[in-house]
Design a protein around this ligand. Structure first.
Ligand code: KG4
Ligand code: ZN
Length: 361
């Protein structure tokens, strides 16, 4: 055997019930044999955000189906697997418990080892699954629940260089969309409107850009958009389509600039030269942010690694891959204890803020 492992991964920590089968070994690209994701947007849309109780129930109802679909998609049975990996945190605890119980039941029934995976480690190692990126590298993780700049030094060795002190960027996109009466999730809507707008019409703040370090803040930016909306409503009784486009463009430009500038600082703060700049999370879909990061990477002489979107957002393949890395390194013996908080860098000071999906780190 060449050390190749086949692992089923289950992810239920937020609003996606996801399972996947991945085959591979550390140091080479992995093969995603199946990647089944069942989103819950239709369950939470009316609330403008994820409702934990609804999410947990939906995960409990769908986890077994997710496992069955992932196996069928890969054309494999339990006997073809080396292990089962499951997200044991951080995240919405009800969903995490649903996933761990389903994975535990399946793995025991099949006589397979169960690997507890940190959801953030799943995101952090995805550039190795897709591009076999070598340690160390810099990762910007930006989604509705996370915002961190991580030095990925080795398996289980992460240094948080910075992160948001209040809202996660995706959360800010979602809140701005809600404010403007656009759909959920808000990121893609805001981006669509921004394409038609003038980013210079509103002078929105870039909080913390004038301060040293890699921490970020998005809540003041969101409030500035809310104030601008209020002023326009008072002055003209409502918003014109032009106003919505300009507000979206101004907000997006500020958010992308904050993220790119702090990422540039993190490159310098890494110490050792990173092998690449990687980005993950749903907000990585944003083309203005990608353009900003391309510039940062080019200036630093680094490649920008952006995994395909379905592996950037929450998915089971990243959990399966983290399981493969952990098994191969002999680091897979921790019990699957569900936990709402589980920082990757235990030495970093806790961040003040918590995303809409709960405190992450
Ligand atoms: O990674 P993800 O699917 O879930 C977690 O939050 O973990 O990220 C979803 C977030 C949402 O807040 C959504 O509005 C945002 O990513 N998003 C975007 C874009 N596409 C999705 N934000 C900005 N621009 C986009 N194109
Ligand atoms: Zn995530």
């Amino acid at each position: 055997m060449d050390g190749t492992l086949t692992v089923l991964g289950l992810e239920t920590s937020c609003d996606e019930t996801a399972a996947a089968v991945v085959r591979g070994r550390p140091g080479a690209r992995g093969a995603v044999l199946s990647n089944w994701v069942h989103g819950q947007a239709e369950l939470h849309g009316a609330f403008g955000g994820v409702v934990p109780e609804i999410a947990a129930r939906a995960h409990a109802e769908r986890a077994d189906t997710a496992i069955a679909r992932a196996l069928a998609g890969a054309g494999l049975g339990a006997a073809d697997l080396d292990a089962v990996a499951v997200t044991a945190g951080p995240g919405l605890i009800g969903g995490v418990i649903s996933g761990v119980m389903a994975a535990e039941g399946f793995s025991r029934g099949a006589g397979l080892p169960l690997v507890a995976v940190n959801h953030l480690e799943g995101h952090a190692l995805t550039p190795r699954l897709t591009d076999a990126v070598a340690f160390p590298y810099l990762l910007l993780l930006v989604s509705g629940g996370h915002c961190q700049l991580l030095a990925v030094q080795g398996l289980g060795r992460y240094r948080r260089l910075g992160g948001t002190i209040d809202d996660a960027p995706g959360e800010a996109f979602d809140k701005v969309a809600k404010l403007l009466g656009l759909g959920f999730p808000g990121g893609p809507e805001v981006e669509r409107w921004a394409a038609k707008g003038d980013p210079a019409r509103f002078a929105f703040p870039r909080p913390l850009l004038d301060r040293p370090g890699c921490d970020m803040s998005f809540s003041g930016l969101k409030t500035a958009v809310a104030r601008a909306v209020m002023r326009l409503a008072e002055a003209q009784g409502g918003l014109w389509r032009r106003d919505i486009a300009d507000l979206c463009a101004g907000f997006q430009a500020a958010a992308a600039e904050i993220l790119a500038a702090k990422t540039a600082r993190a490159v310098a703060a890494m110490g050792a030269r990173p092998s690449a700049l990687a980005v993950a999370g749903g907000v990585a879909a944003n083309s203005e942010l990608r353009a900003g990061l391309e510039r940062v990477a080019a200036e630093a002489g680094l490649a920008l690694v952006a995994p395909p979107l379905k592996l950037c957002t929450d998915n089971g393949a990243m959990i399966a891959w983290a399981g493969i890395e952990r098994l191969a390194a002999g680091l897979a013996d921790a019990p699957a204890r569900p936990r709402p908080r589980w920082p990757l860098d235990a030495a970093a000071a806790p961040l003040i803020g918590s995303g809409k999906k709960g405190a992450k780190a």
